[in-house]
Design a protein around this ligand. Structure first.
Ligand code: ADP
Ligand code: GN1
Ligand code: MG
Length: 368
């Protein structure tokens, strides 16, 4: 069924396999608007695509962004081909418009793009079984290795200082000071929690500046639902959501995965008694990630893996609370105060990890 008929003309701007027979919406991402387009291909076969509008409030240079994605996916396809893999399943494919471009700009200046749909695979919203998380770790580790020799200076920085936690802290202080929404009075304990963590914000950036840890080409948004996991083998087969692929630290990718996946509950769980850090999941991810990446990482990077999980969780929580104070202008919401609930789960996870940091270091020591 075509649930969103108004989207059909935009799907038809791309070289699709046949008439559009269905349009659905995917609501799990916080940034772009994402539709699934089903077409009737040759012999009646159904062929699906992902159609997205790029959020240009956030990604202000969509042309450079698409250039990054096209170049990175072409590069990955060469590697996949050399290894005898499936180029249409192990990375995204940009579908061209009927004019031969990789995006379509409509009369409201919205940027549309289309990818192949990765079939027979699932984007999980939580770690239903530890093996899924371990396999996601392997896939993100492999993704980073595959891009190891990618000429980083040719990549556009799609969001400047994306994981510069010191800058994120300053942005947060500004949100508190401006209090545009008038909500600060109702979230003082949360604000205090984040402000009290000022001292650790520079743990990664200062070491990048000093050269102790290198800049690499990283994904920068490694939540579990940004990877497609094969329905039969449970293997992480395709890393998606490539908007933020740019120079960064391996610690950003590791830490952000732990933030989302090593939690007992959803990112916006309102009952905090259900939210806690799960060390067994931290172990599963660490084992998977280091099995792929340990040769590439230096000792300082390995030392900082537990800290990176705390820092990426703190940073994301600060961004959620900052957005709540700014009047919800950044992350997609499905209900009121969702950003506040998201900020609270991140606080709980940060506190848990701080209490268990020695255990986390012991886990890293087992696999490094
Ligand atoms: P956002 O930046 O809003 O998170 P994503 O690119 O991650 O946007 O897309 C949102 C969701 O759509 C993903 O979490 C995944 O569930 C689904 N999705 C995106 N691309 C594909 C694809 N090529 N094949 C199958 N599902 C996809
Ligand atoms: C956003 O796009 P999505 O939903 O995969 C955000 C990430 C946050 C995440 C929190 C470009 O990721 O940085 O960690 O929400 N992406 C951007 O769930 O800001
Ligand atoms: Mg996403």
């Amino acid at each position: 069924m075509i649930k969103y008929p108004e989207i059909k003309p935009f799907a038809e701007c791309f070289k699709i396999a046949g008439p559009v027979v269905g349009i659905d919406k995917i609501e799990n991402g916080h940034i772009n608007a994402t539709y699934v387009i089903a077409c009737e291909g040759e012999g009646g076969a159904q062929i699906r695509y992902i159609l997205q509008t790029i959020n240009t409030k956030i990604f202000t240079d969509p042309v450079s962004l698409m250039e990054n994605i096209k170049n990175v996916t072409d590069y990955l396809k060469n590697i996949i081909r050399e290894n005898g893999g499936d180029v249409n399943r192990e990375t995204l494919t940009c579908i061209e418009t009927t004019d031969g471009l990789i995006y379509h700009v409509d009369d409201q200046n919205r940027y549309w793009r289309m990818y192949n749909y990765i079939e027979d695979a699932t984007s999980y919203q939580s770690v239903e079984r530890p093996i899924l998380f371990e396999n996601a770790a392997k896939a993100f580790g492999k993704f980073q290795r595959q891009l190891d020799s990618y000429p980083a200076d040719t990549l556009h920085e799609t969001i400047a200082k994306f994981h510069d936690t010191v800058k994120r802290f300053r942005d947060f202080e500004e949100a508190v000071a401006n209090d545009i929404s008038g909500r600060a009075k109702d979230c003082q304990p949360e604000i205090e929690f984040y402000l009290a963590h000022k001292d650790i914000c520079g743990e990664i950036t200062s070491r990048i500046a000093s050269g102790e840890i290198p800049l690499r080409v990283t994904h920068n948004d490694t939540k579990l639902n940004n990877i497609m996991i094969d329905n039969e083998t449970d293997e992480g087969i395709c890393v998606i959501d490539l908007d933020t692929v740019m120079p960064g630290s391996a610690l950003y990718d590791f830490g952000d995965s732990i933030r989302f996946g090593a939690s007992s509950a959803a990112e916006d769980e309102q009952d905090l008694s259900k939210v806690y850090f799960v060390p067994e999941l931290f172990e599963a991810y660490t084992r998977g990630f280091l099995s792929e990446a340990k040769e590439a990482l230096n000792d300082t990077e390995k030392d900082l893996l537990p800290m990176s999980a705390i820092l990426m969780t703190l940073e994301c929580g600060m961004r959620f609370l900052g957005d709540h104070l700014n009047g919800d202008v950044y992350f997609s919401l499905h209900y009121e105060n969702q950003n506040l609930y998201r900020a609270r789960t991140q606080m709980k996870l940060v506190a848990d990890m701080e209490a268990q940091i020695e255990d986390m270091k012991a886990i890293v020591a087992k696999y490094r």
